[in-house]
Design a protein around this ligand. Structure first.
Ligand code: HEM
Length: 430
């Protein structure tokens, strides 16, 4: 987080409080609309040093960021270079994740995101049983392909669409809800509640209410799967066991609460960002459409270039030093994944979207003990999305009449819309 960002967030939070639509409220609180391109500022700061100290108390005034852990601290340390971000994320003992407990934990419960050490390891190994390669293969054919195709069916004959509103926004949350095994009638409600839950920083009562309602949505399904297992994620969690340890109902609810934002918000935004990159670089779009072997590196370049989630949080466990900067015990550390992914010491011309660039691992999914548990699922969803669009929407291009389509946001980033044109599918002759 940089000084300008704090001012922007102050304004964004104030705007978001007045917003009544839950999706728009969350978007505004993420600086969407207010921040178009944070990368020049990040680059300028990174050029001065990998780690920066910011006097938070002086800047924030009465604005409550997500957490009292931030507000209690008078200063925050922002980490911007690839090497320093890598060092923080790899060292879970020196840089704790427990800070999330005081923010998202209040509404989600005790999730793996906010656990450290042995406790994290044990929970993660139980939860990761739901994300095996076999499960991902099955989700691809049984959930992701049918769901993506269902949305494309609705627009394919039309010749034009907004790919955000009609495809990238709704499909990942449907996938998460279907993976869990929630009844289809509850999917829309699940999405709205999930967004309200993570808007807790700007609407406290709304966040708490959403947490309560989500638990009420999950409870009968968890109870039913405890009695009789089915072929879904809640069944796996209800019956997972490690050295005699089972997941309590509360632990399952917490994980399910985490999955909605973790699995849907990120994938919706990352696939929108990738499509934006391709649609605004038609030569690269054509090359990938012609040669499907380029799809994996295209997905990675999209994630490197515009990660959907720019910043994550850690707390220094003890007095320490990072890239020559002393950080006191208890200080919040804002880890800038976007800054790391555009570090010019690792990637030449890092601001350029280039699916042909030399491939090197990026940090959009983080790294270390908390590396994204759903990254293979997210990659598969994005691959299916691209393949389906290539197959079913010939001559896909950005609508030439569209004005100023762009990516926006400070914490979560994505385009608000992707107006496109394509050759309409002909109705099947009977
Ligand atoms: C492109 C899409 C995605 C991106 C960029 C992304 C990014 C991340 C990042 C950066 C973290 C680390 C957070 C931290 O340590 O503070 C994380 C953790 C996590 N992600 Fe993802 N994620 C994506 C998709 C998904 C999906 C589809 C799921 C599951 C449905 C998922 C589930 C999780 C979980 C459960 C964690 C917590 C892991 C732990 O604490 O051990 N993510 N993700």
């Amino acid at each position: 987080m940089l000084e300008n960002d704090v001012h922007t967030l102050r304004q964004a939070y104030a705007d978001a409080r007045d917003e009544t639509d839950p999706f728009e409220k969350f978007n505004r609180a993420q600086g969407m609309g207010a921040v178009r391109d944070p990368y020049p500022d990040l680059a300028a700061m990174r050029a001065q040093g990998a780690v920066h100290k910011l006097n938070l108390a002086a800047l924030m005034g009465d604005v409550h960021l997500t957490a009292d852990n931030l507000m209690a601290a008078s200063e925050i340390y922002t980490v911007l270079s690839y090497d320093a971000v890598f060092e923080v994320l790899r060292d879970g003992a020196r840089f704790s994740s427990a800070g999330y407990q005081k923010s998202m934990g209040v509404v989600m419960g005790h999730t793996i995101l906010g656990m450290d050490g042995e406790e994290h390891l044990r929970h993660r190994s139980l939860l990761s049983r739901a994300f095996t390669p076999r499960a991902i293969e099955r989700w691809e054919s049984e959930l992701v392909r049918p769901i993506v195709n269902e949305y494309v069916d609705r627009l394919a004959a039309r010749g034009h669409a907004d790919l955000v509103r009609e495809l990238t926004f709704p499909f990942p949350v449907r996938v998460v809800a279907a993976m869990m095994g929630l009844p289809e009638a509850d999917h829309a409600r699940f999405h709205r509640l999930a967004v309200e839950l993570i808007s807790v920083a700007v609407d406290w009562e709304g966040g708490i209410r959403a947490a309560r309602e989500l638990r009420a949505l999950f409870a009968p399904v968890v109870a039913a799967r405890r009695r009789t297992a089915r072929d879904d994620l809640i069944s796996v969690l209800a019956h997972a066991e490690l050295d005699g340890m089972h997941l309590s109902d509360e632990a399952i609810y917490a994980f399910l609460c985490l999955l909605a934002p973790a699995g849907a918000e990120t994938t919706y935004r990352s696939s929108s960002n990738l499509l934006f990159g391709l649609l605004t670089h038609p030569d690269q779009f054509d090359a990938v459409r012609r040669d499907s072997s380029l799809v994996p590196q295209t997905i990675e370049e999209g994630l490197r270039w515009e990660p959907p989630l720019l910043g994550i949080l850690r707390t220094a466990s003890a007095d320490t030093e990072l890239a020559g900067v002393a950080i006191p015990a208890g200080a919040p550390v804002s880890v800038n994944l976007g800054g790391a992914n555009r570090d010019p010491s690792r990637w030449s011309e890092p601001d350029r979207f280039d699916v042909f660039r030399e491939q090197k691992p990026h940090l959009a999914f983080a790294i270390g003990p908390h590396v994204c548990l759903g990254m293979h699922l997210a990659r598969m969803e994005t691959r299916v999305l691209l393949q389906t669009l290539f197959e079913r929407l010939p001559n896909l291009r950005l609508d030439p009449d569209a004005k100023d389509v762009h990516i926006t946001g400070l914490i979560f980033r994505s385009p608000r819309e992707l107006p496109v044109r394509f050759d309409p599918a002909r109705p099947i002759a009977m």
